[in-house]
Design a protein around this ligand. Structure first.
Ligand code: HEM
Length: 384
């Protein structure tokens, strides 16, 4: 386990050539296949370049322009809860908008309610199944027909069929059509149908659960902290809310990084922080550990968005999106999405949540991403 920023940099950046994807990522590949998250080598580098340019061009502008449309279902749900005075489970509500944003980005249209519900459930089932494989004492060969392998194969089969249907129904000009036009850099052959499905599943999964968790934590943290909430209200009433709201997003990602640990497998003998490592060993980069280190952050367990307003914060110790060549391809997309959504929500609602309930370790569910437990509730009121 590595949580010192200098050693993290060695693993993710300076000595990255000595590391590869670990068994946890191979377990994810059982569901996602060979996409940009799971691939390595040449297949990965050329895909990464193409997908990055597709995500940061019109896709980002489109998402920014359509935040309100994508948020419609979530706002309806929150309005109903506010009118009834009933609390909501934040991750259930934020899942509605996170799936809608990624569906709109990839396919140029929202999913029907039935497809959305099936896909959200599949991503969650896949996360639980992969986690079961990750914590198994023995990493058994994938071909062994044991129950958890059969379950993963069934999820993958259903997921592939659902995504193939969504690709076929995509609107012209949607991100999926840009990715479908990718060519192999050597042979010039177009991307195969199954490779395309793998890339789209990857973006759906990578972009959905993480963003949904991040927004849920932001709402809970704001709800439990009237001072930080006042900061949000002042910001959304101003001409330029973005810097402050971005700082709120950054601080939420610091306290509850959805990807709380990043695994790497040693592929060539290497020394990290003076410790020699053997080929085959797995190193876990503890994002959570670096984010809560009292030697690096003042009052590390407190929600203080202001710390990100200046330039005086330890950049090397903030890594919710990883680092180096394999850092998150959707980082700017996610921060922009979360900032837009918090501005929208801050203009419309007041939130409250129980600070003690959030600080309790039982508030966290850590499957693939760190998510608030469904029992941790958020109260919502419409602002005048
Ligand atoms: C708050 C939201 C998000 C968080 C916290 C997050 C976090 C991460 C992290 C830590 C990694 C690096 C994993 C590693 O080094 O092994 C990663 C990779 C990745 N993320 Fe994100 N992510 C988020 C949103 C998104 C979005 C919205 C997309 C796409 C629409 C996305 C697409 C990807 C992809 C494709 C990779 C693999 C990159 C590669 O291996 O080359 N992520 N993400």
């Amino acid at each position: 386990m590595v949580s010192d920023p200098a050693q993290i940099r060695e693993v993710l950046v300076t000595q990255a050539a000595s590391f590869g994807r670990a068994f946890q990522t191979r377990n994810i590949a059982r569901v996602l296949g060979q996409g940009v998250l799971t691939n390595e080598g040449k297949a990965w580098s050329s895909r990464r370049r193409h997908i990055a340019s597709a995500l940061y061009g019109p896709a980002l502008d489109n998402m920014t322009a359509r935040t309100e449309v994508a948020a419609a279902q979530m706002l309806e749900r929150l309005d109903t809860a506010a009118a009834a005075g009933a609390p909501v489970s934040p991750s259930e509500v934020t899942a509605l908008v996170a799936q809608s944003v990624i569906a709109d980005t990839l396919f140029g249209q929202a999913f029907s309610d039935a497809v959305a519900a099936r896909l959200v459930q599949m991503v969650r089932d896949a996360a639980v199944a992969v986690r079961t494989c990750n914590i198994a004492l023995l990493q058994l060969p994938q071909w062994l027909p044991i129950a958890r392998h059969r379950q993963i194969a069934a999820i993958r089969h259903a997921f592939d069929a659902e995504v193939a249907g969504a690709i076929a129904a995509a609107a012209p000009g949607a991100l999926v059509t840009t990715i479908a036009a990718l060519k192999d850099p050597d042979s010039g052959a177009p991307i195969s149908a199954s490779n395309l499905i793998d890339e789209i599943k990857t973006l759906l999964v990578a972009g959905f659960e993480t963003t949904s968790s991040a927004l849920a934590w932001s709402l809970l943290l704001l709800g439990a902290d009237p001072e930080a909430q006042a900061l949000l209200y002042d910001a959304v009433a101003s001409d330029d809310p973005e810097p402050v709201v971005r700082a709120i997003v950054q601080e939420s990602l610091r306290l509850y990084p959805p990807i709380y640990a990043i695994p790497r497998e040693v592929r060539a003998p290497v020394t990290i922080g003076g410790h020699p490592l053997r080929v085959g060993q797995v190193v876990l980069v503890s994002v959570f550990g670096a984010h809560r280190d009292p030697a690096l952050w003042a009052e590390p367990d407190c929600f203080r968005p202001q710390r990100f307003l200046g330039t005086d914060w330890p950049r090397a110790a903030w890594l919710p999106f990883g680092g180096g060549a394999r850092s998150c391809l959707g980082a700017e997309f996610a921060i922009t999405e979360l900032t837009r959504l918090l501005i929208l929500l801050g203009r419309r609602y007041r939130f409250s949540a129980d600070r003690a309930a959030i600080a309790n370790p039982a508030a966290e569910r850590a499957f693939i991403s760190l998510t608030p437990a469904p029992e941790v509730l958020l109260h919502v009121e419409r602002r005048p």
